[in-house]
Ligand binder design. Structure first.
Ligand SMILES: [Zn+2]
Length: 326
């Protein structure tokens, strides 16, 4: 589990904190029973998912990976019937005060005894601590730590501490990301998401920089393809060159985006909803783009369009298609 960095920039004891604090030490689950005995199939799936090939976890005499400790106590979608009312009450208080968001921040485990296939798991869980109100980059809220004491065949086997932050999301300036991520514009506007450029499609974006829309052409069968791929869907050949699109096309299909509103995709000539179109190029391949110069309600299947390049911000230029009617 990855930790979440936080910083305290304010907060302190408050009335709600006193009520939350009263839940410290109360049971979150009592006399819980693991839904399965410790077993080889779950161990094998875990090791495959983690890429853990340690021989201690396979074959005769195998033990379970210690970090699986929590897995044996999980209730799954149907949950455990032994969950206490204190836990629900605590979360009800937080919900009622507006602390409705949750993020898992970290966990700590202590191992006391190896777990082996056939071990029956039992556990008790307690609300160990509730922090004072803290303000993090996500928002203001309370860290809640739950401790689960796990037993195997009646013996103490380990302890699992799980910490979450229950918070009220930070109110932030319209159109910015928390903490000001790379998508937050300097002027506060949302910028369009950046394309992921890799060695398979770098040539396409190089073409865009030169105001050319390049289509890949198979070196063996000559099939045109778009979007760019390492190999040919028709024959599998990995040799290719490019042809430059003429720029003529038609709207093959389209949708109009109404909600959720996404300011980055609004255009100056159509400030509300916008059309996302599948354009069929004259060469026969299709690409997803925007239709500009036509109100979103006037975009029609079969409408002729022509390529142009739209600079959306100082660092991004995109091929878009201008409608010829409307
Ligand atoms: Zn081919």
């Amino acid at each position: 589990m990855t930790g979440t960095r936080y910083r305290q920039v304010g907060g302190g004891p408050d009335a709600l904190y006193g009520r939350l604090k009263a839940y410290e030490g109360r049971a979150a689950a009592t006399a819980g029973v693991g839904k399965d005995l410790v077993n080889e199939p779950m161990i094998r799936h875990w090791c495959e998912a983690m890429g853990d090939t340690n021989p201690a976890y396979a074959g005769p005499g195998a033990i379970a990976p210690p970090t699986m400790l929590q897995a044996w106590t999980m209730g799954g979608l149907s949950g455990h019937s032994d969950r206490s009312s204190a836990y629900d009450e605590l979360f009800g208080l937080l919900d009622g005060a507006g602390y409705t968001s949750v993020v898992a921040t970290d966990c700590e485990q202590e191992y006391l005894r190896p777990l082996r296939p056939g071990d029956e798991i039992t556990f008790d869980a307690v609300i160990e601590s509730v922090s004072e109100r803290k303000t993090t980059k996500l928002g203001t809220g309370y860290f809640i730590t739950t401790r689960t004491d796990v037993r195997a065949a009646g013996e103490p086997a380990g302890t699992h501490r799980f910490r979450i932050l229950r918070y009220r999301p930070a109110v932030r300036a319209r159109g910015t990301k928390p903490g000001g991520g790379p998508e937050a514009g300097q002027d506060g506007r949302n910028l369009r998401p950046r394309p992921v450029i890799n060695r398979d499609n770098a040539g396409f974006w190089q073409g865009v920089a030169e105001h050319k829309l390049l289509i890949q052409r198979c070196g063996q069968c000559g099939a045109l393809r778009f979007p760019w791929l390492p190999g040919c869907n028709e024959c599998g050949c990995q040799e290719w060159d490019t042809v430059e699109a003429s720029g003529e096309g038609t709207v093959f299909s389209h949708v109009v985006m109404h909600h959720p509103p996404f300011p980055a995709f609004r255009t100056s000539d159509d400030a509300g909803p916008y059309a996302v179109a599948l354009i069929e190029l004259a060469e026969g391949v299709r690409m997803v783009s925007n239709v500009v110069g036509v109100p979103h309600g006037k975009v029609r299947t079969g409408m002729p369009v022509r390529l142009e390049f739209l600079r959306t911000d100082p660092e991004l230029e995109l091929p878009v298609f201008r409608g010829s009617e409307g």
